[in-house]
Design a protein around this ligand. Structure first.
Ligand code: TYD
Length: 137
């Protein structure tokens, strides 16, 4: 398994078509993000004070966008941590495999959209931080 680093994860700015009628942003397979999209899911109706995430994925690549509102994501590669604040729908955070992620500080009305490189598989999850550290070595 490659040694993934938190430095591989970056905030990426997406194209914007500004218009008086409202702005438009698009994301195409591999063009704006470094993987092909196989799944889209989103978190919404998030009660204040909620924490999400607290797991890592063995092989999944993800791209996280605050479609509305704002929230924080902390990424941890087992050695180094980085915190990001997402609050614009024309920015997204690329999250490579083997990143322990924690999401919190959701604003009211926040919608967190996640583009993923594969369909849902519980086998791809690492839900214990100790197991994550053991696998990272
Ligand atoms: P989970 O990934 O643990 O949520 P989060 O990291 O956002 O806190 O998923 C929560 C539940 O939803 C879990 O029972 C699995 C299920 N789920 C699916 O069925 N399909 C999906 O695409 C995702 C992301 C989760």
């Amino acid at each position: 398994m490659p040694k993934w680093s938190v430095d591989t994860c970056q905030l990426l700015e997406l194209p914007r078509v500004n218009d008086r009628r409202g702005n438009l942003t698009f994301i195409e397979n591999s063009n704006q993000i470094p993987f092909d999209i196989k799944r889209v899911y989103y978190l919404y109706d998030i009660p204040g004070g909620s924490d999400r995430g607290a797991h890592a994925h063995k092989n999944l690549h993800q791209f996280v966008v605050a479609m509305s509102g704002s929230f924080d994501i902390e990424l941890d590669d087992g050695v180094k941590k980085k915190k990001f604040h997402l609050n614009r729908s024309y920015y997204g955070l690329y999250v490579c495999p083997m990143m322990w992620r924690s999401l919190d500080n959701f604003s009211s009305g926040a919608v967190c959209m996640v583009l993923a490189s594969d369909i849902y598989s519980e086998d791809d999850y690492i839900r214990s931080y100790r197991e994550f550290q053991n696998i990272k070595g």
